[in-house]
Design a binder for this molecule. Structure first.
Ligand code: UDX
Length: 427
């Protein structure tokens, strides 16, 4: 079977599943995408995409004739042999990954030697081996996703690399998965299942380590009078280091880094190995949030009764995703210090209303800043650069104090306009 005729099954129409389904359909494949939530399936059939991801809605609508949404697993099994598993594997209380949704999928698949489960969901190392034992007839291929929210469609179409792990028994399925990715022209890494699973976790843990490392350099720079943005620029030009993921800030969030770092740490611990470095990576990420509160306290003293504005709720710009967003932890911490918290986000406010506890949700940045005793820039949305800081913002704030959690604004200009400006690591 040639790749351009290969129909594709996608299980789970969440963020990863929808991007996978839409991109394979765009590449000319018939795609059968299944989700258990019938309202979501009905909306998708009408061309309505329930998540905010640039370019995704256009892709879904543009490839509607090849993109079939269903609630029935039987439709997927009848339509395709390669079944991309894209269900959630959220963290449990202990930090381990919760595999109940993967297990539910397995329970619906028979032992058909025509079908292969292609695992895109992030799973603990060893999951593939466990599934192969449990479902001896079914093919199994590990194909972790490396998509970034906000650029997921582009990442899928132009990947740095495609990782495909399989055992001997499923090599023929892995060949077919590899053929699906040939049009993208990316480097394809063929390896065993456990190594493929580890590549995913290790990549995310390494990137998180890079962020916590630069955050600690930032904290030390504050003490020693260096500017972390200059330091990162100088470090990043070393090709062995590279410029990416060296932006100091108030910590990483999102659906992947916090989850995958704890999952790898837990996995190591369960196997009897104490992963010391990752323990520190997590602690530094927590510390960044505490330091942000400390910076407000440095200027305001007690926060009891103070009005604090948080600009940005999404865990990063260009997404409405608030999973593990720094803003939520900050809002809770500020409220526990007695502050009144107002938040504004250009797209993520609706989604986060219930998660923000008693924080007031503002309709605009200016509304959030009106009468505020201090503000924290949490998410680097471009519109925050366009605000008239020296004019209307300065006039509206009760006290012109800004903690720029992403080193996003021009600190010198803000200071010249009368602001007390605190960046991250700009000693
Ligand atoms: C990440 C991985 O990049 C992706 O490969 C994987 O598939 C899923 O997890 P994503 O969660 O979309 O993607 O976000 P990313 O752009 O990687 O940013 C993660 C977090 O790190 C954000 O909170 C961001 O603000 C923070 N970050 C990123 C920094 O604090 N500093 C940086 O230099 C880069």
């Amino acid at each position: 079977m040639t790749a351009d005729r290969e129909p594709v099954g996608v299980i789970g129409a969440g963020w990863v599943g929808l991007v996978t389904a839409a991109c394979f359909a765009r590449l000319g494949h018939e795609v059968h995408c299944r989700d258990i939530v019938s309202e979501k399936v009905e909306a998708l059939r009408r061309g309505e995409v329930p998540i905010y991801e640039p370019g995704l809605a256009e892709l879904v609508r543009g490839a509607r004739d090849r993109l079939h949404f269903t609630t029935e697993m039987a439709d997927v099994l009848a339509g395709a042999e390669l079944l991309f598993c894209c269900v959630d594997t959220p963290p449990t209380y202990s930090g381990d990954a919760d595999l109940s949704r993967v297990e539910a999928v397995l329970d619906e698949l028979g032992d058909s030697d025509r079908h292969a489960l292609v695992m895109k969901s992030t799973v603990p190392v060893g999951t593939g081996r466990w599934i192969e034992r449990r479902r001896p007839e079914l093919g199994y291929v590990s194909n972790p996703e490396f998509l970034k929210e906000g650029t997921a469609v582009d990442d899928f179409m132009h990947p740095d690399r495609v990782v495909i792990g399989s055992g001997e028994r499923s090599a023929r399925f892995a060949d077919r998965v590899a053929a699906l990715y040939e049009p993208q022209g990316a480097t394809i890494i063929r390896t065993d299942v456990a190594s493929a699973e580890m590549i995913k976790l290790a990549s995310n843990a390494f990137l998180a380590t890079k962020i916590s490392f630069i955050n600690e350099i930032a904290n030390v720079s504050e003490e020693l009078g260096a500017d972390v943005t200059e330091v990162a620029r100088g470090m990043g030009l070393d090709e062995r280091i590279g410029p990416q993921f060296l932006r100091a800030g108030i910590g990483y969030g999102g659906s992947c880094f916090p989850k995958d770092v704890s999952a790898l740490k837990q996995l190591a611990g369960n196997s009897g190995y104490h992963f010391q470095l990752l323990t520190a990576v997590i602690e530094v990420n927590e510390l960044q949030k505490r330091r942000t509160v400390g910076k407000l306290q440095k200027h305001l003293g007690s926060l009891v009764g103070k009005e604090i504005a948080l600009l940005g709720v999404a865990f990063k710009p260009d997404t409405d995703d608030v999973r593990e967003a720094t803003s939520l932890v900050l809002a809770a911490r500020l409220r526990s210090e007695g502050a009144h918290v107002r938040v504004y986000d250009p797209v993520a406010t609706e989604r986060s209303r219930d998660l923000l506890g008693g924080a007031t949700v503002a309709e605009s940045a200016l509304e959030a800043l009106d009468g505020a005793d201090g503000a924290v820039l949490v998410t680097e949305w471009p519109e925050f650069r366009e605000l008239d800081w020296a004019g209307s913002v300065r006039e509206r704030m009760a006290n012109p104090l800004l903690v720029d959690g992403r080193n996003f604004l021009d600190g010198d200009a803000l200071r010249a306009a009368g602001f007390a400006y605190e960046g991250i690591g700009r000693g």
